[in-house]
Design a protein around this ligand. Sequence first.
Ligand code: ADP
Length: 661
Amino acid sequence: MFRKILIANRGEIACRIIRTARRMGVATVAVYSDADRAALHVGMADEAIRIGPAEAAKSYLNGPAIIEAAKASGAEAVHPGYGFLSENPDFVEAVETARLVFIGPSANAIRAMGLKDAAKALMEKAGVPVVPGYHGHRQEAAFLAGEAVAIGYPVLIKARAGGGGKGMRRVDDPTDFSAALDSARREAESAFGDGRVLVEKYMAKPRHIEVQVFGDGHGDVVHLFERDCSLQRRHQKVIEEAPAPGMTAEMRAAMGAAAVRAAAAIGYSGAGTVEFIADVSEGLRQDRFYFMEMNTRLQVEHPVTEAITGLDLVEWQLRVAAGEPLPKRQEELAIDGWAFEARLYAENPARDFLPATGRLSVFDVPEGVRVDSGVQAGDVITPYYDPMIAKVIAHGRDRAEALARLEGALRQCRVGGLVTNAGFLARLCRLPAFAAGDVDTGLIGRAGESLLAEPDASEEAFALAALSALGFLEAATEPDPWGRLRGFRLWGEAARTAFLDHGGVEHALRVTIRGKENFRVEHNGLATDLRLHSIDGSSLQVDVDGHILPATVHRDRSAIAVFFGGHGHAFATAEEAGHHGEAAAGGDRLSAPMPGLVRIVAAEQGARVARGEPLVTMEAMKMELVLAAPRDGVVAAVPVAVGDQVAEGALLLALEPEEAT
Ligand code: ADP
């Protein structure tokens, strides 16, 4: 076994690898960018080496700097985690040239599976079923449009170098094909430097079922059963589970055998995942699953497989990379119970899942679930990397028990300081179709708006925020808890008004002190009577008409996070309100809603534009953002150019003042 390994990654996966290495007595070297100097993975590792500035391209994607760090630290092997350099064959070769071990497959195996078109051709040859479609070399728009007709609409255009749903467009109607092709190519070109695409049949009711495989590089390959990742939003996984609902022993055996064939065909070594798409318009059928691609690395959702097999896949990776045989044979592997994983993100479901950045003031997930995270309360989610806060993994004896555990953990988790998808994930767990195991990739899309919108803050939540804003909760934890409040009465000041911003709207709340720990809060003509039953730091119990309920109120400067009744709500004290408002507001200006790269500038100075016309396209945090003209007018200035990296709030385009146009 290795004595020391370097982890060429950050965040939760770096922390997760460090934990296993430590248990195995393997020393760890972390690497970090300037933005991550204080990050959790840096503190957890035995040593940490700076590799560059915040931008991933100059740090976590900087192969030479990482190899330099590995050599300087005396590490013998490099674990790439997932993302970044994990599927980069040139990096694998550079690692091996430096006489280090790459903890993962060979450069050739990665290359064989790196391009979706070549991989499909290879799999067809190996007798693995592939999705019907065109995955040849020709790329002329007219030819591809013809292929699309031959395949039959709807079709899916996919970047051959694709990943993470990028460069993928569903097309329902031949008249939309050419625009979709352009847009897919543009996205693929910018993300992968390769605009070539394939076109395949779009399944009407698809399920994403993938099989975890492991190879020893000497011809031995096993599979560790399947994961169902059908709960997706815009082709991105949201909640994964293992095993797959409705899976029969025969179909599992067929899919497992196909996955093993796929891995064996390329002499695979280490952890990999063979992704299949199953057409379930007539239920799960053995003759209706098709190879999509193989991910030649450990995947984000590997913990659900660990939960049902009781194995540590990172340990397996280290053992195989160190030259040991696979720890178990196929017949020694078995499924125990059911597991789910939800990806907790700093993002706003109500605003089209716009990624959020900011300081995580509270981060607390109840016990009973596994939490894989790379951040802790007080850390900042920066715009530089993926805004995932944590993965929450629940295991149970059966599907219902595991799902109940996940839902409970998501409902009770307290993540404050920035907007998250926690409420959205908890609502997903309660979707009747999901609970019944009737999943397909369109489920979230069909479920509609109610999934996205956070419920309004209750009057109790408003009341608690008002008490915090006025300093009454903090006062309650002082040594003479009610001294300060009594003071209000002595001074004859029995009522005060709190001004709070909530969702961009200012609220005035009149708080009357009615007795020890007893308050009446008036807001919008409604009165809420609250008694503080107990208080311990930010955790309290409140008595609402004799009903004692838990709450958490967390104050971080002007930001107040209230968790009550299963929901989290963000408030700001009004002095600060306004700073939280829309950066892009104002009819004359287009500003960047988040940091990102300017991709397209569709208008120049002097151009006359119409309201709603797309003017600037940005790429930020995995998405293309199209910013449209706020009104009819004439462009006064475009201070940015294609290729510029802009900060949040940066002016992108200004219109001439209204009266001049
Ligand atoms: P990426 O590598 O960008 O993640 P994949 O090829 O793995 O792309 O596909 C991602 C998701 O897109 C799948 O899980 C599935 O939901 C959807 N998808 C892919 N191919 C098809 C298809 N032919 N028909 C319907 N949905 C598909």
